[in-house]
Structure formats: structure tokens, C-alpha cells
Design a protein around this ligand. Sequence first.
Ligand code: AMP
Length: 133
Amino acid sequence: MTDCIFCKIASHDIDAHTVYEDEKTIAFLDANPVSKGHMLVISKEHEKEITSLGDEATAALFSTVRKMAEGIQSELDPDGINILQNNGEEAGQEVGHVHVHVIPRYDDDGLDIEFDGDELDEDEAYQLVNMFG
Ligand code: AMP
């Protein structure tokens, strides 16, 4: 897509701090890192959300995500790694091209990516399991 900034990175029409590239994916440093080593992995295929991406492109995307996490672990030795993927503006998606955040975590990084949910309702759980099962 011509006006997509991540497509332009994938086609090398604009620069990025690329750390890895293969036929289907590219990984580069986030321009506004929330921690040292925060990177993005994208599929070279343009889709806005993960639900539109095919199985093959999704497999390639997450294979690269795993490789980047492994590289981060061995090179930066963080205390943990968050892997985040936002779909839709409500979910915090700002760039409309499927991307996965790989975020090294350090004891003192001050980031707050915690889930504080309520206990699962049994009736709702039953309905949901039947919906997907
Ligand atoms: P999201 O909120 O999940 O859509 O995240 C979009 C991310 O893309 C943000 O963390 C931005 O800092 C990052 N970003 C936007 N443009 C660029 C760019 N040209 N190069 C690297 N990272 C970018």
C-alpha cells in the first residue's frame, strides 16, 4: 500500500534501523522505544490486522518474532520479554499494518504492562468454550 509507512520500510523506500530481514518479514527498532532493544516485526504483506493475515504470513511473522526474542535474550540479557500485538485503534493500534512489538523488560524499567482482571465467570466461560469449541 503506497501510503503505508511500514510498507515503505519493507520496500526500503524509507530508512529504518533494520535488525533482521527475510523474504516475508522484517524487524527494526521502534522509533520510540519503551525499553532498550524494543523492536517491531512486520509482515511484508500489507494487512491492517492479524485477522486478515494468511496462515503462511502469520507463521513467518511469529517465526521472526521468536528469533528476535532469542536474539534479545542472548545479546541484551533482559529480565523478561513482552510480545504485544495491537489490532484496531481501540486496542492501541496507531500504524495500520500488522506488527508485533518485542519489548525487552528490565527490573528497573518502570513499565506497567499488567493485567488485573476479575475472576472468570463460569457461565460466561461455558458459553465461550462452546462458541469456539
Ligand atoms: P502501535 O501502537 O502498536 O500501532 O505501534 C506503532 C509503533 O510504531 C509505535 O511504537 C511507534 O513508535 C512505531 N513507529 C511508527 N513509525 C515508525 C518508524 N518509521 N520506524 C520505527 N518505528 C515506528
